[in-house]
Design a protein around this ligand. Sequence first.
Ligand code: AMP
Length: 398
Amino acid sequence: MSQFSDHNFKNQKALVRVDFNVPLDKDFNITDDTRMRAAVPTIKKILNDGGSVILMSHLGRPKDGPDKKFSLKHLLPHLKELLGDDNVLFANDCIGDEAIKKSEELKPGEVLLLENLRFYKEEEKGDEEFAKKLASLADVYVNDAFGTAHRAHASTAVIAQFFPKDKRMFGLLMNAEVSSAEKVLNESEKPFLAIIGGAKVSDKILIIENLLERATDIIIGGGMAYTFFKAMGGKIGNSLCEDDRLDKARELLEKAKQKNVNIHLPADSIIADKFDANAMVSGSLSNDIPDGWMGLDIGEMACETFSKVIHHSKTILWNGPMGVFEMKKFQHGTKTIAEAVAEATADGAFSLVGGGDSVAAVNEFGLADKVSYVSTGGGALLEYFEGKELPGIKAIKE
Ligand code: AMP
């Protein structure tokens, strides 16, 4: 593996796997360009060196070959804007004659965007021949798509073998993602706190299990907390609960005790009579929620206790909201926790926020630049913290 920042791309063609899987509205306008903006520094470094860039990405989930709805062509005008350059070319296919010809003719300082990789089923299958065809377009392979690093697809992992070690590397975004995740998982300054929230325990069991080996404290909030309360014999009314995970919840609590990891559950909750922005609202202990009511946010006592734990921590990982923060009435808990994480960061803690909904929350509260790192990888980050080796990382490193 070679270091991107040390590499001189002069007169080289770099094939860069980006994650341009951006949301589009029905008129194909980009509604959130975060992922595109995140790739710009990598593209610019290559161009500034005097190299050329061939961009490849997937967009959406096309079912059966080419589909206009999922064409990367929709992204071309905005890509030109972001790069401040009209000289961005497009190939209507990611392999084949047009892609080969346009790649061959690409001059230093130019960018070529290839059509959606997932128009070929070979991409997700990790087909070697397909990966080889993509590889033949360029001299250097740069993976800057952390969001897909957990997939063993042709363009994210399989392709790396067709480049020598000094011609395959992480881009700047991928480097930043990997080093901040590594810092938290393997070099965390103690106390290390993990804040885990969101809807389902089942999605977060593996991450909690892995963190039990490393964390000092784990805060469990959001809908998933109620499965734990029920497992301990509490009354949770109509709150979210996964009855098939009650044993697992008990097992996790027991393991935490053995490993001296402090688990913090929200002592109280904001409860509602229905899952609705206009629901009637009250407060309750989280283990004594009346029938017909459901916990949709953490309460004031929980906010206070959780904030104290956050302020004592030196490393903080946050994945998942504390309540239904999409509705104003139930966003106080998530906002309080976001503010506490920002304050702890200002006091010197390292904080990493990752996973779609907690990222949306820090953005909504205007706190994204007040935490140490906001990850662009949802599933990839989760799998990393579950202790799995991500194929996209492994392929470049080995
Ligand atoms: P996840 O994708 O598992 O991280 O879950 C995020 C979702 O969990 C968000 O859409 C929240 O609205 C939802 N959520 C958080 N707390 C609760 C709760 N107490 N009850 C129901 N849904 C919740």
